[in-house]
Write a protein that binds this ligand. Structure first.
Ligand SMILES: Cc1cc2nc3c(=O)[nH]c(=O)nc-3n(C[C@H](O)[C@H](O)[C@H](O)COP(=O)(O)OP(=O)(O)OC[C@H]3O[C@@H](n4cnc5c(N)ncnc54)[C@H](O)[C@@H]3O)c2cc1C
Length: 419
């Protein structure tokens, strides 16, 4: 199913999963003083999108080269003077533009033309399908068995050691853990050059989030905001001061004034009598680390703190979904620590390498599947320098590449990582 997005912020109620010219026309009508800048941006984004589809020609290459070296922030600042349309077009949301122009155009193409899709049977269906295919081809799959180390001898991967201490010898190792986990945690640093170790250490990743997953009694909540969409990008009209991530505790109301994603993950009737809602807000990893002294444990204050933050997010979401708080039957709150420990993502990062312009912007994402260690290949969304197909499809493609390299016995290569 295609996920349909809507933006409800700045007093706008704008469907986003529509052709870009429609979005351009709606914004131009609302902000006539910026109408020409809005049209120019949307035309340019479409031209970059077409060049990404067919990058072969001289003109396309030139356009992509220029776009890759242009921060969206710089491009938009003189083009669209009113903050609301500049932020909407510059971030597909409510933030000031932060990425390069190519990535922004690619994300608009995804949102407005190609679509963001949920696989039939839900996200788990992809893993289940791969598992069944691997087993029927004779693979032995062991789940819930963490790898403690990748063993390297004379610059070559020779197997893994499990947390139980069991050793498995292998002609090739494909790591689906991210770059930082693989090279900073699983491989002893004497196997890496100082230069490569530092490149991995300092490379920036996308941020993390706080997520409230709710099971709802649909009789008690008005879900009509989702009548013609599945995801709402929501921000209150007067957000107030931003949360202070360096404070010991955040002001929950300030956190709820940030951009929220409200997602209806199951509708009553389709998957059963209940409804499932997920509320997400960007959250900083370092703010939460003080609640963990020993891995997989939390200090007692953590649970209360999460509850306080979740209550403020639910209260804010209730302005769009009347009756929400009283409809909650089940609640689960995840922080960046949860995404790190349960999801195996370093610092709880959601979508791989940083999307900020300053972190590097390639006209064509570079492949980072081969590594400086012979026989070790990386699979996953960080195995390319950018998410050119979206997170999950990019990760899937990297798995195919890693398998091809492993079968061919491709030699080591030190990739240039995003900075
Ligand atoms: C809240 C959220 C929303 C997202 N929304 C979208 C979206 O709408 N569209 C999209 O395309 N992407 C989205 N993403 C990103 C998407 O989840 C990732 O791009 C994708 O999962 C990356 O796949 P991967 O294989 O690289 O990593 P993962 O899916 O993280 O898989 C890595 C696996 O390695 C395992 N692992 C790690 N360390 C070890 C170890 N030591 N031993 C054994 N196993 C280990 C982990 O447990 C995990 O199963 C979202 C992510 C989050 C968190």
């Amino acid at each position: 199913d295609r996920m349909r997005y809507r933006l409800r912020a700045f007093g706008l109620d704008l469907p986003l999963s529509r052709p870009l010219p429609e979005i351009s026309a709606a914004l131009a009508a609302t902000y006539p003083a910026d109408a020409s800048g809005i049209r120019i941006f949307c035309d340019q984004a479409e031209a970059i999108g077409r060049a990404l589809d067919n990058p072969g020609g001289e003109r396309e290459r030139q356009l992509l080269g220029q776009a890759a070296s242009t921060p969206a922030r710089n491009y938009l600042k003189d083009l669209i003077l009113t903050p609301a349309p500049r932020r909407v077009l510059g971030s597909i949301g409510t933030h000031e533009p932060y990425s390069g122009l190519t990535l922004l155009a690619a994300m608009w193409r995804l949102m407005t033309r190609d679509g963001i899709w949920l696989p039939a049977g839900g996200m788990g269906a992809i893993g289940d399908g791969l598992l069944a295919a691997a087993r029927s081809a004779g693979a032995q799959v062991r789940l819930g068995v963490p790898v403690a180390a990748i063993r390297v001898k004379d610059g070559r991967a020779e197997g893994v050691t499990l947390e139980s201490g069991e050793e498995i010898a292998a002609a090739a190792v494909v790591s689906n853990a991210d770059y930082k986990t693989t090279f900073l945690r699983l491989i002893a640093d004497e196997n890496l050059s100082d230069e490569f170790f530092q490149a991995v250490f300092f490379a920036r990743q996308t941020g993390s989030c706080l997520q409230v997953a709710l099971g709802l009694d649909p009789a008690k909540v008005d879900l009509s905001a989702f009548d013609d969409c599945d995801r709402v990008i929501h921000r209150r009209l007067e957000p107030g001061p931003p949360p202070d991530w360096r404070a010991l505790e955040l002001d929950p109301v300030a956190l709820a004034g940030e951009e929220l994603e409200l997602g209806l993950w199951s509708r009553p009737g389709a998957d059963g009598p209940g409804a499932a809602l997920v509320i997400r807000v960007p959250a900083e990893y370092n703010h939460f680390t003080r609640y963990r002294i020993v891995p997989y444990t939390r200090l007692p204050a953590y649970a209360d703190y999460k509850e306080k933050l979740a209550a403020a997010l639910i209260a804010e979401a209730e302005t769009a979904l009347p009756g929400l708080a009283a409809a909650v039957m089940v609640k689960d709150v995840a922080t960046p620590l949860t995404f790190e420990e349960r999801g195996g993502r370093s610092a709880g990062s959601i979508a791989g390498w940083s999307w900020d312009f300053e972190s590097g912007s390639d006209p064509e994402p570079r492949e980072l599947v081969r590594t400086p260690i012979a026989g070790l290949y990386l699979a996953g969304c960080q195995a390319f320098s950018g998410l050119f197909l979206g997170g999950v499809p990019t990760a899937a493609l990297s798995g195919i590449r890693a398998a091809e390299y492993a079968l061919a016995g491709a030699g080591p290569q030190t990739p240039t990582l995003p900075s």
